[in-house]
Design a protein around this ligand. Structure first.
Ligand code: NAD
Length: 288
């Protein structure tokens, strides 16, 4: 299949390379020359613009920084430029409203489109083990699924356009809240004189069981190996968690959903990100 790929950054670079490995002809574009050169080294054909990449393809995949850029790339260079019948897949994490709008603009021009944001970081993008949560019609999902499978370990149809983004921000809001809760409980146990490793052993097998504690323990030397054991480097950057929390709070307001803990988690991450945007998000324990 001929696949145009726009946005070859930390995530997109590895994803495009995995499409090549799966036997697809990848027509790549990024604003960064360095990203273009890496993509060429990984077997992609490279182009001078998104429009040129999209002009002859069966599908378009994008992995871009935010909703404004996604809207701009699709309205200027993809919709109306990609061949009739090409399926469009935006894998960026963006606001639900923009995802729905762009899908509608695509549909008005006769294209099927899905929003397919990912769970999993740079290692999962490189290793082809991302989880995709997908919003779009049944027919768009069926067409997108085999393309996404070449880049991930799980591809889940969440619902109509925008449902992928909704799943992503609700999941990450829950993750932020549970990470702060885990960090608070571990620090409090320690301050009360309980050995944190004992607390981990007990709570990870009790009702405090959760992914933040069991699979991503935020205290160095306690529980499972995690970014905490590596100076909070690698993993999922605080700045990206904050981006997702902002998107979640925007969406909550639009939907009139009550999210007091989500709002508080956003405030705490905002403060923590002032000096620690590049640190793994579990580093928030250091602020307690
Ligand atoms: P990145 O900044 O490394 O990559 C984005 C790429 O898009 C850059 O190479 C940039 O040059 C390119 N770009 C920007 N504007 C462009 C345009 N108009 N045309 C073509 N290329 C353009 O970011 P990333 O870490 O790869 O993240 C990409 C998306 O994935 C984001 O929406 C992010 O929230 C999401 N995400 C990232 C992670 C992660 O761990 N990094 C995890 C899950 C989801």
């Amino acid at each position: 299949m001929k696949i145009a790929f726009v946005g070859l950054g930390n995530m997109g670079g590895g994803m495009a390379a995995n499409l090549v490995k799966a036997g697809h002809e990848v027509r790549a574009f990024d604003l960064s020359q360095e990203a273009i050169e890496t993509a060429r080294g990984n077997g992609c054909e490279t182009f001078a613009s998104a429009r040129d990449a999209a002009e002859d393809c069966d599908a378009v995949v994008s992995m871009l920084p935010n909703g404004a850029i996604v809207r701009d790339v699709y309205t200027s260079d993809i919709i109306g430029q990609a061949p009739e019948g090409a399926v469009l897949l935006d894998c960026s994490t963006i606001d639900v409203a923009t995802a729905k709008d762009v899908a509608q603009l695509a549909a008005d021009a006769g294209y099927e489109m899905v929003d397919a944001p990912v769970s999993g970081g740079i290692a999962a993008a490189n290793g082809g083990t991302l989880t995709f949560m997908v919003g779009g019609t049944d027919s768009a999902f069926k067409r997108a699924e085999p393309i996404l499978q070449a880049m991930g370990k799980a591809v889940i149809h969440a619902g109509d356009a925008g449902a992928g983004q909704t799943a992503k921000i609700c999941n990450n809001m829950l993750l932020a809240i549970s990470m702060i809760g885990t960090a608070e409980a571990m620090k409090m146990a320690e301050k009360l004189g309980l050995d944190p490793q004992k607390f981990y052993e007990i709570s990870s097998q009790s009702s405090g069981y959760c992914w933040s504690l069991n699979a991503y323990t935020p205290m160095p030397g306690v529980g499972v190996e995690s970014p905490a054991d590596n100076g909070y480097q690698g993993g999922f950057a605080t700045a990206l968690m904050l981006k997702d929390l902002r998107l979640a709070m925007e969406a909550a307001e639009t939907a009139d959903a009550s999210t007091p803990l989500g709002a508080h988690a956003k405030e705490l991450y905002e403060k923590f990100a002032e000096e620690n945007g590049g640190m793994d998000f579990s580093g928030i324990i250091k602020s307690l």
